[in-house]
Ligand binder design. Structure first.
Ligand code: FE2
Length: 308
């Protein structure tokens, strides 16, 4: 039923702090009532909605589905005894709303993923597969003032009960588990396949938000984007590296509120017919990184949100 990640809502204490951070990150901002909406360039879809409030907090996740998916979701939510609500957030009025087992608001709406209007990412050359001819590599020779992320790809939230969250998002909302690390981490993809993970959970003493991740055009863009944020004074965290779960290249930077943003490139894609895919189950270290430019800092998996 969940076929795409539409956008994510956050409460933050200062919208201007968010606007400045995400501008350097490479998103476009626009006011929406009292809120601040952030989008990727060349794509007509909200990606983040920042709502001013007392403290930073993940407020809701909006997912896309189709008409049939909406009907099935309503039936399953009602069968599971999950109340359906309407419009807990002013200005976000589409679809149905419910709360996941941690109390996080979930919005499900009939929506297709908006396409990028930008030209496809430039080709890369590999042994036996030469695609970039008479064309200098973009990241090697072009001064880049800013990076333009393509789309919001996924987010990871902290939860005290990973398996309970997996049960809700798979059994009730139709997602599929791609890989896991015992009952400590789980990665879920959409019901119709696609990216290895669109939503993931990491075990913590309390609910919180770990990171959100945007796809960029190249490994160069990951590092150019990280450099832009670090040069602007934001704190580096972990990267460059390549994950095991999802296989994507990554770099994480601290956002102004102690959570993380990630830029990724070259993630595993699993088709809807997933008969060739086997779920991996290892330790958290097993799924974290094949290699990385440095070991993950100790605070990489710290939940900086307060428990209340
Ligand atoms: Fe990620």
């Amino acid at each position: 039923m969940i076929r795409s990640l539409h956008h994510v809502g956050f409460t933050v204490p200062d919208l201007e702090v968010g606007r400045q951070f995400y501008k350097i990150f490479g998103l476009n901002d626009q006011a929406s009532g009292n809120d601040l909406v952030l989008r990727c360039a060349d794509r007509d879809q909200d990606q983040l909605r920042l709502v001013e409030g007392a403290k930073k907090r993940l407020s809701y996740i909006a997912f896309g589905t189709d008409e049939a998916g909406m009907r099935t979701a309503k039936t399953r939510l009602e069968a599971a005894g999950v109340p359906l609500n309407r419009m807990p957030f002013k200005g976000v009025e589409e679809g149905i709303w419910c709360q996941d087992p941690d109390g996080l608001w979930v919005n499900l709406r009939v929506a297709e993923d908006a396409p990028s209007k930008r030209a496809p990412a430039r080709e890369v050359n590999m042994p036996g597969r030469v695609r970039r001819l008479t064309d200098r590599a973009f990241g090697a020779c072009t001064p880049v003032a800013s990076v333009s992320p393509r789309r919001l790809g996924h987010l990871i939230k902290f939860t005290p009960d990973v398996r309970r969250s997996v049960d809700f998002y798979t059994r009730v909302l139709g997602m599929k588990e791609s890989d896991r690390a015992q009952d400590i981490i789980s990665f879920l993809r959409c019901s119709n396949g696609g990216d290895h993970h669109t939503l993931a959970f990491a075990k913590s003493s309390h609910v919180g938000f770990h990171h959100l991740s945007f796809e960029v055009d190249s490994v160069d863009d990951i590092e150019l984007g990280a450099r832009n944020l670090i040069n602007a004074g934001y704190r580096d965290c972990f990267g460059l590296g390549r994950h095991v779960a999802g296989s994507n290249f990554f770099h994480y930077i601290r956002d102004p509120w102690g959570s993380l943003v990630e830029m990724f490139w070259d993630m595993d894609v699993i088709p809807e017919d997933d008969s060739g895919w086997t779920v991996m189950d290892g330790s958290p270290e097993d799924v974290t990184a094949v290699w990385a430019a440095k070991v993950p800092p100790e605070d990489f998996v710290v939940n900086f949100e307060s428990a209340d």
